[in-house]
Design a protein around this ligand. Structure first.
Ligand SMILES: [Zn+2]
Length: 423
């Protein structure tokens, strides 16, 4: 936690006035600012989000987020009261021990070893390429087919946002946990035999690689889209999905933190996820990992309205509440915080009726480590997030079981309500 004490110290010691003027030496397009903006309603927060500020923490009277210089000007023009400070000015170094996070090579190599070791239940394949041509690796975990029918499927997605490194570690260690416990743990063995489980730990490899190459870290969020190597602006992959794309709560300026892209699914990374999901209609459930804030979010993000279908709403609420009890994270509808459009879960539920959740993992606040907590927390965060993952895998045969008395089948058969909708 040394890193954050440095952050806190700097924040406390420097007079607030110093944050209000932008040091010209650092106001390049690549500079990230932390902003604290006065806002007490979700409508105000939506306006801030629509300007392209990435909101990371919501409080009663203000938000804390990140943005680029153009958004500071926009906040000012719109009359928001805010304080800002640029990160490179003081984020000089990080504490030792971050080596336990996986870089791309380590992640790919460990995934490959796991696939070889557990080849009877695990298959590693690429669902497509990133903008810079990196493979998007996915682990399929499923036991030998036990009935003639298709198995219910569940998909876990990690790290749409480059700097959210714990959101790679959690799905990676979920893979490891499932594989290592097959044949040992009765429940996990049954889940793997009766389900098709897909896990993509890193949807945005280019952005992540950019973020961690050379210290200090770059606080990079988006992918690496651009007009060539020297003009990378990036698209926010979690604002690029195609359900109600183009609404409020996403940036329209390419420099903004939440730039939605020129059109829905304009990016190869979101395209790959779309193609994969659409070619696997047995997927009933989806969990997308992000950091941070310790929240469990469910649709909708694009509107303040609740999910219209009362049964589907109840399933989301009941599952989010159960998982909230398991983790200590706060369950809520995504737009209770502020509107976002074009996110993964609005699309997967809105377009395909897949029960969908976004986890904002540890920590609760930027002052507890934000995007860069020390590696010593990884295993605790993983441990905290195994139970909700197993819970979703369990209910993936028929998520409506959480609100009815329908019992799980002793063995796999297609239930009355599964798959929920042909597509
Ligand atoms: Zn995120």
């Amino acid at each position: 936690m040394r890193k954050m004490s440095i952050l806190s110290l700097v924040f406390l010691l420097l007079p607030l006035a110093a944050f209000k003027s932008l040091p010209s030496s650092t106001s390049s397009l690549d500079t990230t600012y932390i902003v604290k903006v006065d806002a007490s309603t979700r409508e105000e927060r939506t306006d801030i989000s629509s300007l392209g500020v990435s909101i990371e923490e919501v409080y009663d009277t203000h938000i804390v987020g990140t943005c680029r210089p153009a958004q500071l000007a926009d906040l000012k023009a719109k009359g928001f009261a805010f304080e800002s400070f640029s990160l490179p000015a003081f984020l000089l170094d990080f504490p030792p021990g971050d080596g336990d996070f996986h870089n791309l090579n380590e992640l790919n190599s460990e995934m490959s070893t796991l696939a070889q070791t557990y080849s009877h239940i695990a298959t590693l394949s690429s669902i497509g390429k990133s903008i810079e041509g990196r493979d998007l690796w996915m682990m399929r975990i499923s036991g030998p087919q036990t009935t003639g029918g298709e198995k219910p499927g569940i998909i876990f997605l990690g790290t749409h946002h480059a700097r959210e490194h714990l959101s790679t570690e959690v799905p990676f260690f979920l893979i490891k946990h499932l594989l290592e416990n097959y044949g040992k743990d009765e429940k996990i063995t049954r889940f793997i035999n009766e389900r098709e489980i897909w896990i993509i730990p890193l949807v945005n490899p280019d952005g992540t690689d950019y973020d961690i190459t050379d210290k200090p870290y770059k606080w990079w969020r988006k992918n690496r889209q651009g007009k060539g190597a020297n003009e990378v602006y990036g698209v926010d992959l979690n604002r690029n999905y195609g359900y109600k794309w183009g609404g409020a709560g996403a940036g329209t300026d390419p420099s903004s933190e939440t730039y939605r892209g020129p059109s829905a699914f304009s990016e190869p990374e979101t395209q790959a996820v779309k193609t994969f999901i659409e070619s696997h209609p047995n997927i009933t459930t989806l969990l997308s990992y992000h950091t941070f804030s310790e929240l469990i979010l469910y649709p909708w993000g694009y509107t303040y309205d609740s999910i219209e279908d009362q049964r589907a709403l109840k399933v989301h609420e009941a599952m989010a509440q159960s998982m909230g009890r398991m983790t200590g994270y706060r369950p809520q509808q995504s737009s209770d915080l502020y509107i976002t459009s074009g996110d993964t879960t609005d699309w997967s539920f809105g377009e395909h009726k897949i029960f969908s959740f976004t986890f904002e993992l540890y920590p609760a606040s930027v002052w507890d480590g934000g995007f860069y907590p020390p590696a010593s927390v990884i295993q605790n965060v993983v441990k905290n997030n195994i139970p909700p993952a197993l819970y979703l895998i369990d209910y993936a045969d028929n998520p409506y079981r959480v609100i009815t008395t329908v019992q799980p089948r002793d063995f796999l058969t297609v239930s009355d309500v599964w798959p929920p909708k042909a597509r």
